[in-house]
Design a binder for this molecule. Structure first.
Ligand SMILES: [Zn+2]
Ligand SMILES: [Zn+2]
Length: 189
């Protein structure tokens, strides 16, 4: 049985990971498992910006995808960037095996506001669904409430739901059905 795997860089609060597992299972319908935590991704630190290069982290994650994984999602506290973009909440390859999300800009404290755990947790779920959605072939959605809508700023994240809109759900179903058909064909050979 294929599973979505989670892996944390450094230590991430269990209160974050456990509800995220349930959320991802509900949205995508795959079992959710974990890999042992990885050390801090020091290899991806860009001295100039003081941020972590998400492309390098993705490259590292791709090498770690377990055999029974359908996808691997990395979670880091580090602030991520992609060259050309000053920061990203997360990064994934379209149809790729791995994705990564950063918690750095999801806390209210980052915006000099009082802590708000429910808001923080909700944002994590939305970003995890968004980046994993890309790995399942979903592109940005025009529905601002859909988890697949593009978020350049935290207000966009807050506007959307942690779920896929009906269109994106259909595309995701098509993706998984296509996969099942292909697996079936492979087994017949
Ligand atoms: Zn996106
Ligand atoms: Zn959508």
């Amino acid at each position: 049985m294929n599973a979505i795997y989670l892996v944390q860089f450094g230590t991430i609060d269990e209160e974050i990971i456990s509800p995220l597992e349930v959320c991802l299972w509900q949205v995508f319908g795959f079992d959710v498992k974990r890999l042992n935590p990885l050390p801090d991704p020091a290899f991806a630190l860009d001295q100039k910006s003081g941020q972590w290069n998400s492309s390098l982290i993705l490259k590292d994650l791709v090498r770690r995808v377990p055999d029974d994984a359908i996808r691997l999602l990395g979670i880091t506290e580090r602030d991520l960037f992609i060259p050309m973009l000053s920061f990203v909440f997360g990064h994934a390859q379209l149809n790729g095996p791995a994705a990564v999300i950063s918690l750095a800009r999801l806390r209210q404290e980052f915006y000099r506001l009082p802590p708000n755990a429910p808001v923080f947790h909700h944002r994590i779920m939305k970003e995890a669904v968004h980046e994993l959605g890309h790995t399942f072939g979903l592109v940005h959605c025009h529905d601002p409430l859909c988890a697949m809508s593009l978020s350049n700023i935290i207000q966009h994240v807050d506007k959307k739901n942690g779920e896929l809109c009906s269109n994106c759900s259909i595309l995701f179903e098509e993706f998984t059905n296509h996969r099942r058909r292909n697996n079936g064909m492979e087994m017949q050979r």
